[in-house]
Design a protein around this ligand. Sequence first.
Ligand SMILES: CC(C)(COP(=O)(O)OP(=O)(O)OC[C@H]1O[C@@H](n2cnc3c(N)ncnc32)[C@H](O)[C@@H]1OP(=O)(O)O)[C@@H](O)C(=O)NCCC(=O)NCCS
Length: 175
Amino acid sequence: MASYLSGSKALFDAALLDPSFNSDGVRCRPLQSDDYDRNFMALLGQLTVVGDVSRDAWQARFREMRNAGCYYTIVFEDESTGRLVGAGTVFIESKFLRGLGRVGHIEDIVVDKECRGKRLGLRIIEQLKHLSRRAGAYKTILDCSEDNVGFYEKCGMTRKEVQMVVYADKPTPRL
Ligand SMILES: CC(C)(COP(=O)(O)OP(=O)(O)OC[C@H]1O[C@@H](n2cnc3c(N)ncnc32)[C@H](O)[C@@H]1OP(=O)(O)O)[C@@H](O)C(=O)NCCC(=O)NCCS
């Protein structure tokens, strides 16, 4: 693990963040190892199914992601209440092509129902685009539903190609 993280609760080095996205009493910071005990999972539950995850299992996944060094999950915290009001992730894929290029994949964007329509979603995406650029990605991509195309266009992204998927009948454990 990188030395800047020893003794830190953060998923990644907070110095990588663009501080200009903090405003209106809402601060952007890396996900922390104690965010299970805040409302992180309830917030993600506003996006999709989160399942029944114990604190130990959550923290093991947090450590796995931190050690991988390519996951940048951010949260927006209401400074007056400590509640998490927004979250998003960019993970960085390393490739052999394009001169050993890197691609940023944006995932799991959510803004708390009470806080939507205040440009918080826009700030999440701008911060993730910033992190992706800093990590050396030559492009940043995401999949979304038709309903959210307008939102991502407002965030400066454009429609390209299509998403395809196959689901495993029964997920197998990691090799
Ligand atoms: C999608 C979501 C993240 C947007 O967050 P938000 O904080 O409400 O959005 P913002 O206030 O930053 O919106 C920025 C701009 O996009 C527009 N916008 C927001 N959602 C939109 C949508 N679904 N379609 C079209 N435009 C949208 C806003 O009107 C605003 O436009 P403006 O700049 O002209 O005022 C939020 O609604 C959410 O968490 N939804 C549930 C989870 C989800 O669907 N996540 C995305 C998964 S791909």
